[in-house]
Design a binder for this molecule. Structure first.
Ligand code: NAD
Length: 529
């Protein structure tokens, strides 16, 4: 490694100053940052001699390097997290709630700063990056409700003089592995609730977007988090696999692609850990003949190419019921007006794809789709964006005449590509969606309450929008993907996450009176009397 590279460790004022350092790198005034880890409350440099580059997808220039952390450092980090858990587990619940309130306040204060960091490492437009942070802040707000979320249950007199009650206790050290596409929201799905439940959390951010996580962690410390309850380790596949095999983590929360999610679920459960793995998707929007056309056009445009289609809840398939020719033309014309651009370009609707490899993969599928007979109504390949000649740009793309056996339908795509299909009636649309292996999100646009209710009832997808294209639930519900989009039992945030991050203990109690009674006789039956 060049000696001119440096790990940002806290300045004299105690801050990492990530954004100002990142801005200097982006402006070409400074060398890429070598990223630290957060271990036992301190930002420390790894002894790693191998690193992965973090690049700005709008320019493909290197902004940072992620250490491939030596496995012995991970062992030490887990031991320290375990010790922190033992100190934290009996912290009064209102104290934990107040930590979340302070954190929520700081996240709001630093909302713009976090969004700009996201924009530099992922390329999201500033507005979209602010939305990413906001959806994470909402989860922290939810975690501040921990006293009522963690309440147990009580029944008096389950038998004569006997009461039963349950208490909800923390588990230990929880592990989180996050993807590239939501650098703020997805880490915030995980560690605040887990820590509010009394656990310690070890987070391994995506090696493609690790900077936002570091700033989130720094703000968490500033909010008053005791040292060690949040650990951030860096690395890639080998580091994840080592963490999964280690005996300390009790739970594994993963968000990412399907093959990796399946691997992580199997490995975690083979190692007797509780796991929740959120994976890829193929989300359909059904357009009934009575749907309001303007609303349909707006919904399809935003939900298909927003965030460059790199959202697990993006709409990638529009299923038109009945005659759709005119509406498809309107959608195409509206999409043709949309353009990607730099993070602070107010006229840009979305940013670049995450990497040249992602761009090549998506454009390859577009080419294959044409060869397989789909009709390319709008071709965004090969576009240029002023000021960013080297970015991973792809303009909006739209296909019609897509069929289930085509690669465009079989693959997740994860780019700004909308595929249009046709169904004779609602039954055929429901059948198509239920035959797709994924089950993350879907929506129906209609004016008919009967059609909407039938769709809601019969569709085998975990998150349903009725005239809402991207139905991501707010955190007092849970994020409930189904089938091939989720491996596990209990979902992210909401009441389900509190159950995921805790253990229920049920107590059956009797207090003896001074005088012996009949119930002091031996009872040879299992029945309580
Ligand atoms: P990815 O699976 O490539 O990586 C996710 C994480 O897994 C990273 O931290 C990475 O270091 C780790 N990883 C990668 N390969 C591994 C391996 N072989 N062994 C162990 N760990 C490994 O995913 P990505 O490209 O970062 O994210 C995009 C994917 O995430 C898309 O498929 C998208 O649909 C999905 N996603 C799903 C949801 C959801 O809620 N269902 C939300 C966001 C993203």
């Amino acid at each position: 490694m060049s000696s001119s590279l440096s790990t940002p460790t806290p300045s004299a004022g105690g801050a990492l100053e990530l954004l100002s350092r990142l801005r200097a790198v982006v402006a070409g005034e400074s060398q890429p940052l070598v990223l630290p880890q957060l271990i036992n409350g301190q930002f420390v440099e790894s002894t790693a001699d191998q690193h992965i580059s973090v690049t700005n997808p709008a320019t493909n220039t290197e902004v940072a390097r992620v250490p491939l952390t030596p496995l012995s450092e991970l062992d030490d980090a887990l031991e320290l997290a375990e010790q922190a858990f033992l100190r934290w587990r009996n912290t009064p619940v209102p104290t934990r709630a107040r930590l979340m309130l302070s954190y929520q306040h700081l996240l709001k204060q630093h909302h713009d700063e976090l969004a700009e960091i996201i924009s530099h490492e992922l390329g999201k437009t500033f507005d979209d990056a602010k939305g990413d942070v906001w959806r994470g802040i909402e989860v922290v707000e939810h975690a501040a409700n921990i006293p009522s979320l963690i309440m147990g249950e009580t029944v008096e007199n389950v038998a004569t003089g006997i009461d039963s009650y349950s208490v909800t206790q923390s588990l230990g050290v929880c592990l989180g592995i996050t993807p590239f596409n939501f650098p703020a929201m997805i880490p915030l799905w995980m560690f605040p609730l887990s820590i509010a439940c009394g656990n310690a959390f070890v987070l391994k951010p995506s090696e493609q977007v690790p900077l936002t996580t570091l700033r989130l962690a720094e703000l968490f410390m500033e909010a008053g988090a005791p040292e060690g309850i949040l650990t951030v380790v860096q690395g890639g596949r080998d580091q994840v696999n080592h963490l999964l095999a280690h005996e300390i983590p009790r739970t594994v929360s993963f968000v990412g692609s399907v093959p990796v999610g399946q691997h992580i679920y199997r490995t975690a459960t083979d190692n007797l850990k509780r796991a929740q793995c959120f994976a890829g998707a193929k989300n359909h929007m059904v357009i009934m003949p009575d749907a309001p056309a303007d609303q349909v056009v707006n919904a399809l445009v935003g939900a298909s190419v927003g965030a460059a289609g790199q959202r697990c809840m993006a709409i990638s398939v529009a299923v038109f019921v009945g005659d759709s020719k005119a509406l498809i033309e309107r959608v195409r014309d509206a999409l043709a007006e949309v353009r990607p651009g730099g993070w602070n370009d107010k006229g840009a609707s979305y940013g670049p794809l995450i990497s040249p490899q992602a761009l090549e993969r998506v454009t390859g599928w577009i080419g294959q789709g044409v060869e397989e007979g789909a009709e390319l109504l709008l071709d965004g390949r090969g576009i240029t964006v002023e000021g960013y000649p080297d970015g991973n740009w792809l303009g909006p793309c739209m296909f019609s005449k897509v069929t289930p056996e085509m690669v465009l339908y079989r693959e997740e795509i994860f780019g700004p590509v909308l595929c249009c299909m046709e169904a004779a009636d609602l039954s055929e649309a429901i059948e198509l969606i239920n035959n797709n292996p994924y089950g993350n999100g879907t929506s129906i646009f209609t004016r008919s309450g009967g059609a909407a209710r039938r769709f809601q009832n019969e569709i085998a997808v975990g998150q349903v929008g009725i005239n809402v294209p991207i139905p991501v639930p707010l955190p007092f519900f849970s994020f409930t993907g189904w089938r091939g989009s989720f491996f596990g039992d209990l979902h992210a945030y909401g009441k389900q996450a509190v159950r995921f991050y805790t253990e229920t203990k049920t107590v059956t109690a009797r207090w003896f009176d001074d005088e012996p009674t009949d119930s002091n006789q031996p009872n040879f039956s299992i029945q309580m009397r």
